[in-house]
Design a binder for this molecule. Structure first.
Ligand SMILES: Cc1cc2nc3c(=O)[nH]c(=O)nc-3n(C[C@H](O)[C@H](O)[C@H](O)COP(=O)(O)O)c2cc1C
Length: 188
């Protein structure tokens, strides 16, 4: 059921780094993005894929992880993502991608979950440095990065209390994510 996939599609930030993800798998995921809706059908998004360790190591240092977990600097070696999809805006097509990026990214992440993988959207990153690192042409702008791997952590959804939307990690290292109740997001 779609709801099961959506529910399982949490932001995962620790992975079994020793379990690789093939380029073929990433191409299958980008195919889901390709089939997704696009404003004006302009399709101005492109994708840089990374599956090997050398390329992954170029991407990782430019990413910021879990801003609310102040004590945690991000996944340690051995728990880092096995692959990345860098979502790019091809400004030669159009600089306005409306909300195409979110739709495409959710398609990719749902596809990943269906394959027993998991990921995290990284919007907080040093775009300029990463662009330089990847040596991409200047008409391509980085929208965000999708980190992917075989999840090594449990993520639980919680009822939001007192409007506190910050996620937290408990002593067992389970990650908890508060969500607003259905009643609280329906406007009457
Ligand atoms: C546009 C966007 C940007 C995000 N950027 C980051 C990020 O830079 N680093 C990070 O660790 N998580 C990032 N996240 C993940 C959110 O923190 C996560 O979606 C939120 O805590 C809810 O958890 P859930 O995805 O499991 O529902 C981002 C999510 C979205 C939608």
């Amino acid at each position: 059921m779609l709801k099961d996939l959506v529910q399982k599609n949490r932001s995962y930030r620790r992975f079994h780094q020793d379990k690789p993800i093939t380029e073929e798998t990433l191409l299958e995921l980008v195919e889901l993005a390709r089939l997704s809706p696009s404003a004006r059908n302009a399709q101005p998004l492109k994708y840089f894929i990374s599956t090997d360790q050398a390329s992954n190591d170029k991407i990782f240092p430019h990413l910021s992880w879990a801003g609310y977990l102040k004590e945690w600097a991000g996944p340690v070696k051995g728990e880092q993502p096995s692959a990345y999809i860098v979502v790019l805006n091809d400004t030669e097509i159009s600089s306005n991608y409306f909300c195409d990026d979110g739709i495409a990214t959710q398609s990719i992440l749902l596809g990943a979950v269906e394959k027993e993988l998991g990921g995290c959207i990284i919007g907080s990153l040093n775009r300029l440095q990463l662009l330089r690192e990847l040596q991409l042409p200047s008409h391509l702008k980085i929208v965000h990065v999708i980190a992917l791997g075989h999840p090594k952590e449990e993520v639980k959804l919680e009822e939001m209390k007192e409007n506190d939307h910050r996620y937290w990690r408990d002593v067992q290292e389970t990650h908890h994510v508060p969500k607003r109740a259905l009643n609280d997001i329906i406007v009457k």
